[in-house]
Design a protein around this ligand. Structure first.
Ligand code: BGC
Length: 716
């Protein structure tokens, strides 16, 4: 018989604010008492996570009543979450509240730029603010748990999910990971995902195997997860992929040895969507119960959508094949997450503020890729402007691949943004020209005619929102459909062209890069898409976004990333060096790259010491001048290269950056700090250490330029 004090966990949990060690212990004590009162079936029920279609189905509600569901996701709206939570907290035997999950990735109702775009702001505080806003809106709709941030490093633009993360760089990705965790967790629990190396899918094909060295795993793919753990992330999601034959959702080394023992993560691990059942097709389990046993004993606490734990594991626990202690520990983690969710104090969302924040984020995310002879910014009083392309007046696609509760009607299109900014004397001609993937060229005539009449043609081209994101790998990275032909047909009119791109990944843009005078990378900017774009086109805003990922010149160059190793035969004139016989090795646009309407010059790079010890740090100063005629923001980037190590080190690694805004003619010293411990890497013995030796420092505007200096690290 249950003692009354176990009957209302919800009251109990809300009474126990998290954070103070004493309350933490008290929560744990209560959780232990609750565990003692649970049947095995109820325990496995807490580990069961099901997706609903907007609201819980009658069948799901019945399972909740029986205590066989620990959480639901995709239940949206407080009416719906409350209705089923009421069943859990009043009609189930133990009255344990549910977790309500949702993929709140780059906004809930107010849709912000996609995470990849936002990483290009090099402004983690901004990402913290947008995550906070998204968390507040989601919490107001009954959600207490998001499946974000996605922190997978992605070096392969074929992989559609590159849109959801922070790009190719580990340092930048780690800062954004921690910032987003802090932002979300004001109001809802965050989930860092997908653990691990999901972004290393071979061939950029989603769900594919990753086979990377332990060193690359540790140095490149894992640090953003560690940063999220250190920032206090409540939950972590195990990935779909295998790493060298061991699927991440049944990998005890990953989710137990590394995560829990080495990193001391004490939160909950949730599987990805049916990734427990997928251990069968992976080929490491011959049955559902075996798949469940592998996953649970590896440390995957909650089973998303497979229903394997709740339906098949009881006999294995009863027969001792799965120790009860393993089940209890998983349940404890789920209940702790619930206690943590109950202790959150969400702040009410402010739609007006969020909209303003969306504008700021959109402005800062835009990257100016090319601007020959200063075609941009445009004069608003240009008598006739043609606006062309399938994304020019499109309200759906700027929302990006995950737009949760975002509404197309909230989106300002580029055409609308332009129209509201031009004086009455300016004529804006619009022609869609083509569809995104549609093979028809019937609309070209109208588009060409509009361009012929105009002084400038703005083409808004790119991908449909669902051409990136999950299950959206592409083998060809040009403009889809007949958009390339449309671009060439419009360019043939001789009217100067501005190409505005909307896409969730780097595209291969060789023709445009050579023939189009101005290129603006919008990514997917969310609801303020058209306003921010028009502000940039007309020069109200000077673009300051930088590429968080390399743009290749050719498919065959992929994977192409800035922090590669040098090889024994770095590319040179000699034939027998590491290169292609039919394409350059250099990127079209490198990591960190982005232009401004002004120009910046770097001088006087100085280091505070020529030699430092392993626990010292270095002050690096450089003077940056705005040498143009407009105010502008520069992202000053610091890279290092370890000349000689026990293992070969990358040719450059980002170690710091600073956004600075300078008036025309203004120059300012910028200081960046580099601690010797930031130079640590996994040496021959696979221990992370700082090795003595000479390091090169580069400070400049992107990963291929900059001033250089050297210093030494010496042990006393
Ligand atoms: C995705 C996850 C997502 C989950 C729940 C999966 O298919 O890989 O990123 O959080 O679905 O929607």
């Amino acid at each position: 018989m249950l003692r009354p004090r176990y009957t209302s966990l919800i009251a109990l949990l809300t009474l126990l604010p998290l954070g103070a060690a004493a309350s933490q212990t008290a929560t744990d004590r209560h959780i232990d008492s609750l565990l003692a009162a649970m049947t095995l079936e109820e325990k496995l029920g807490q580990l069961n996570l099901l997706s609903a279609g907007g609201k819980a189905s009658p069948e799901q509600t019945a399972l909740v009543r029986r205590g066989l569901v620990g959480g639901l996701f995709n239940v949206i709206g407080t009416e719906n979450t409350r209705a089923v939570d009421r069943v859990a907290t009043t009609e189930s035997r133990l009255k344990i509240p549910l977790l309500f999950g949702l993929d709140v990735i780059h906004g809930f109702r107010t849709i912000f730029p996609i995470p990849l775009a936002e990483a290009g702001t090099f402004d983690p505080e901004l990402a913290e603010a947008t995550a906070r806003a998204a968390g507040r809106e989601a919490a107001a709709a009954g959600i207490n748990w998001t499946y974000a941030p996605m922190v997978d490093i992605a070096r392969d633009p074929r992989w559609g999910r590159i849109a959801e993360g922070s790009g190719e760089d580990t340092y930048l990705g780690s800062l954004f990971a921690a910032a987003r965790v802090r932002g979300f967790q004001e109001s809802i629990l965050a989930t860092v995902k997908h653990f691990a190396a999901y972004g290393a899918a071979e061939g950029g094909r989603d769900y594919n195997s990753a086979d990377i060295s332990p060193r690359t795993l540790r140095e490149v793919y894992l640090p953003p997860f560690k940063a999220a753990v250190d920032a206090g992330v409540a939950t972590l999601m195990s990935a779909f992929n295998d790493i060298g034959g061991v699927p991440a959702s049944g990998n005890a080394w990953l989710t137990d040895t590394l995560l829990r023992r080495e990193w001391r993560f004490n939160g909950m691990v949730v599987s990805d969507w049916t990734s427990v059942a997928e251990l069968i097709p992976h080929g490491i389990a011959g049955s559902r119960e075996e798949a469940g046993r592998r996953a649970l004993t590896a440390g995957v606490d909650m089973d998303m959508q497979s229903s394997i734990y709740v339906e098949t594991l009881a006999p294995l626990v009863q027969s001792g094949r799965i120790p009860m202690a393993v089940v209890d520990e998983a349940v404890r983690r789920v209940l702790r997450a619930k206690a943590r969710a109950a202790a959150l104090k969400p702040v009410a969302p402010n739609a007006v503020e969020h909209r303003a924040l969306a504008r700021r984020a959109a402005r800062e995310s835009i990257v100016l890729l090319k601007n020959d002879r200063s075609l941009l910014p445009l004069d608003r009083a240009t008598p006739v402007i043609a606006v062309i392309g399938p994304l020019a007046d499109n309200q759906l696609d700027p929302l990006g691949p995950w737009h949760t509760d975002g509404k197309p009607e909230d989106v300002v299109t580029v055409l609308q943004g332009i129209k509201t900014r031009v004086p009455s004397g300016t004529q804006v001609l619009y022609a869609q020209g083509a569809g995104i993937e549609d093979p028809s060229t019937a609309g070209f005539v109208e588009a060409v005619a509009a361009a012929q009449r105009a002084k400038v043609a703005i083409l808004v081209l790119g991908e449909r929102h669902d051409m990136s994101g999950e299950a959206a790998s592409r083998a060809y990275l040009g403009l889809p459909g007949v958009q390339q032909q449309l671009l060439e047909a419009v360019a043939a009119t001789g009217t100067p062209i501005v190409l505005v791109l909307m896409n969730g990944r780097p595209l291969i843009l060789e023709w445009a890069a050579e023939h189009v005078p101005a290129i603006v990378e919008d990514w997917y900017l969310g609801v303020e898409s058209g306003n921010a774009t028009a502000e940039v086109l007309f020069g109200e805003v000077n673009p300051s976004g930088r590429l968080p990922v390399t743009f290749p010149r050719a498919m065959g160059q992929i994977p192409l990333y800035y922090n590669h190793r040098n090889t024994g035969r770095p590319p040179a004139a000699d034939k027998f060096t590491s290169k292609y016989i039919d394409a350059p090795v250099t990127p079209r646009y490198p990591f960190g790259y982005g232009l401004s309407y002004t120009t910046f010059a770097y001088r006087d790079l100085k280091l505070s010491a020529a030699r430092i010890g392993p626990s010292d740090s270095l002050r690096i100063t450089v003077t940056v001048a705005n040498t143009g005629t407009r105010e502008g923001t520069e992202v000053v980037q610091l890279y290092v290269r370890d000349e000689v190590g026990s293992v070969a080190r990358p040719v450059r690694e980002l170690k710091g950056f600073r956004r600075i805004t300078l008036k025309p003619g203004e120059s300012r010293p910028v200081e960046l700090r580099l601690a010797a411990r930031d130079l640590a890497f996994y040496g021959l013995d696979m221990r992370s250490a700082v090795e003595a030796g000479t390091f090169r420092v580069f400070v400049g505007p992107n990963s291929m330029e900059g001033l250089e200096a050297t210093f030494e690290v010496a042990y006393p």
